[in-house]
Design a protein around this ligand. Structure first.
Ligand code: FES
Ligand code: FES
Length: 140
């Protein structure tokens, strides 16, 4: 129908003109991940505020199909200004809602690649911070 045509055009537009494509000079963390089905890879840089609570800036780069690149571009827009706690709650249904089209089971890994990369990066970053704290406490 009309609605899904609009979404399809939006996906094509984000694929052809990806938003926030590139690299951040200053970043809190950077993480890369691949879609194991095809080997396509996306790297995402995230800059958090000084309290590590809000996403201030996002940039991504990589290669992949239209769905994966459009998903990364659209997600990068959504993430700007989003509390980290909210980002950690995002799941595949949120990503598919954001894309606004039916995603065949074959393409779900394409659609959620960027979301998985940003979440995995956050998890690793938080783990490293906990490790730092533990190390500091052990030093005392
Ligand atoms: Fe991915 Fe450090 S290498 S968060
Ligand atoms: Fe590789 Fe979609 S085919 S990410």
């Amino acid at each position: 129908g009309m609605g899904s045509d609009m979404y399809r055009q939006q996906i094509l537009d984000h694929y052809k003109n990806p938003r926030n494509y590139g690299e951040l000079e200053e970043k809190t963390y950077s993480h890369a991940g691949e879609n194991p089905m095809c080997g396509d890879e996306i790297t995402i840089d995230v800059q958090l505020d000084e309290d590590d609570e809000v996403i201030e800036r996002v940039a991504f780069r990589g290669d992949g199909c239209a769905i994966s690149q459009a998903s990364a571009s659209m997600l990068s827009k959504e993430l700007k200004g989003m509390p980290v706690a909210e980002m950690r709650e995002l799941d595949r249904d949120d990503v598919i809602d954001m894309l606004g089209v039916d995603i065949s089971p074959m393409r779900v890994k394409c659609a959620v690649l960027a979301e998985k990369v940003v979440q995995d990066g956050a998890e690793i970053y938080e783990g490293e911070k906990d490790l730092d704290k533990t190390t500091t406490e052990d030093d005392d």
